[in-house]
Write a protein that binds this ligand. Structure first.
Ligand SMILES: C[S@@+](CC[C@H](N)C(=O)[O-])C[C@H]1O[C@@H](n2cnc3c(N)ncnc32)[C@H](O)[C@@H]1O
Length: 191
């Protein structure tokens, strides 16, 4: 099943709104792109355990600081490694109720360090294997930077190949969308 809707809110807000009902005090969740830690903090406040990934040390440091400031560090593993290695770090029996990908580059840092189409697709495939039976995966893709449009197209091809009897895909777009505006995709497991 595929649905599309438009929003006047930020796509990060929409991603959090979509994910929140899937989380409980028993949940395992994954932030596949830690960045400055806003999403990690959102998950840490609502989960039993969070795994967060980033390839940049300054992302780890920013996230660690944010979690500490909010007294929220205890249940979070901050992993300085690409999300494409998530299957090596998370036991396949530990199913996640929510998995977030907020792609692109780290704001206020080196904008040439971006998520890459190939590793993003590897990570998405692995993420689906770790998703709980009623879990949700969300992806925010940014076509506005170099390589971002190709990554967005790769994600569209990726979700189009998913088994529609097992996964419901929603596309959430800004009401004020321009060609380069980000897109939010949510994939709900209904197996
Ligand atoms: C838009 S930012 C994420 C924002 C973040 N979720 C937040 O709440 O602040 C994208 C992040 O993806 C990271 N990244 C790039 N390639 C990655 C990879 N292969 N695995 C994990 N993170 C990656 C970048 O270093 C950057 O910090």
């Amino acid at each position: 099943m595929l649905s599309t809707r438009f929003t006047q809110h930020s796509l990060v807000t929409e991603a959090h709104k979509s994910i929140q009902p899937y989380l409980s005090e028993q949940s395992i969740s994954i932030d596949a792109t830690m960045g400055n830690g806003h999403d990690t903090l959102f998950l840490a406040r609502r989960s039993l355990k969070v795994y967060a990934f980033d390839i940049q040390e300054n992302a780890i440091n920013a996230t660690r600081t944010r979690l500490k400031k909010n007294s929220c560090s205890a249940n979070v593993s901050l992993l300085l490694t690409g999300h494409e290695t998530m299957s090596q770090h998370i036991n396949s029996e530990e199913k996640a109720d929510a998995i977030l990908f907020n792609l692109g580059y780290l704001p206020h840092a080196d904008t040439s360090i971006i998520t890459q189409e190939k590793t993003t697709l590897t990570a998405l495939d692995d993420a689906l294997k770790l998703l709980s039976a009623k879990g949700i995966l969300s992806i925010i893709a940014y076509p506005g930077h170099c390589g971002g449009q190709a990554e967005l197209q790769a994600i569209i091809h990726w979700y189009q190949r998913l088994d529609s009897s097992h996964f419901a895909v929603s596309i959430i777009r800004s009401m004020h969308e321009k060609p380069d505006s980000p897109r939010l995709f949510t994939i709900q497991n209904s197996q």
